[in-house]
Design a protein around this ligand. Structure first.
Ligand code: 13P
Length: 254
């Protein structure tokens, strides 16, 4: 059984300590009562330290939104996985907004390997753009991204990874994929690719999330799908709506 996981990606929002602390203090009481769902907040780097202090004895874990692949050195403005250990349990890698800014599959792969080496669980983002979807290329694009992102991991290492299927056209557009279409791609392209590369048993162990315009009104439909283990949430994670969304996800779990 895969444990459900809901991840908040704050992106470049809520980066001031007072705002960030205010939001997590509002979320924490209701989220702390849930026990079937893993909850992760990925804020900007600037507020990881104060949030880690406030969340220390809560079930809410922290994640980074990006990492650099190198352990240390002359990389101005970057943060390495080793700097995040003890602070974060997860790190988002290969978000489409970073891929659009030039991150390649091989960059994503290097970051995934660096995360795993430093005991951070990578949340590896994959997804097709609108033209690729309209051309019927979704499965090939997504399966290829999964395979290249995870190259070089052992089957045991891949089991700590999370894959987030985020169709680019659904991100921030208010136009989510249907639960059935997302479930299909996540089963065939994501888990199919994992099974080819790492074997069926590891493929069944990896948690696969859906992301792209997930709201509290849509979450239950996604959670009802067998291949969907949770969600990566942008806009709806920036307010107390996130508490309702996670509670509904938790309620959908047997
Ligand atoms: P939205 O939920 O705002 O569409 O963002 C999705 C996303 O990109 C999460 O990583």
């Amino acid at each position: 059984m895969r444990r459900p996981l809901v991840v908040a990606n704050w992106k470049m929002n809520i980066g001031r300590a007072d705002e960030a602390l205010d939001l997590v203090r509002r979320l924490r009481p209701s989220l702390s009562r849930l026990d079937k769902t893993d909850i992760v907040v990925c804020p900007p780097f600037t507020v990881l330290v104060p949030l880690a202090e406030v969340l220390a004895s809560s079930p809410i874990a922290l994640g980074a939104q990006n990492v650099h692949a190198a352990a240390a050195g002359a990389h101005t403005g970057e943060v390495s996985p080793s700097m995040l250990t003890g602070l974060c349990e997860y790190a988002i890698v290969g978000h489409s907004e970073r891929r659009a800014a030039g991150e390649t599959d091989s960059d994503v792969n290097a970051k995934v390997l660096a995360c795993v080496e430093h005991s951070l669980r990578p949340i590896v983002c994959v997804g097709e753009n609108l033209a690729e979807q309209e051309a019927g290329d979704t499965d090939a694009i997504v399966a290829g991204q999964v395979a290249r992102a995870l190259e070089g991991l052992s089957p045991e290492q891949v089991e700590v990874c999370v894959v987030a299927y985020e169709p680019i056209w659904a991100i921030g557009s208010g136009r989510a994929a249907t639960p059935a279409a997302a479930n299909r791609t996540m089963g065939l392209a994501v888990r199919g690719s994992l099974a080819n590369q790492f074997g069926e048993s590891s493929a069944q162990a990896v948690r696969v999330l859906y992301g792209g315009s997930v709201t509290s009104s849509g979450i239950s439909g996604f959670m009802a799908m067998p291949e969907i283990d949770g969600a990566l949430v942008g806009g709806a994670s920036l307010t107390s709506e996130f508490a309702d969304l996670v509670r509904l996800a938790d309620d959908s779990t047997m």
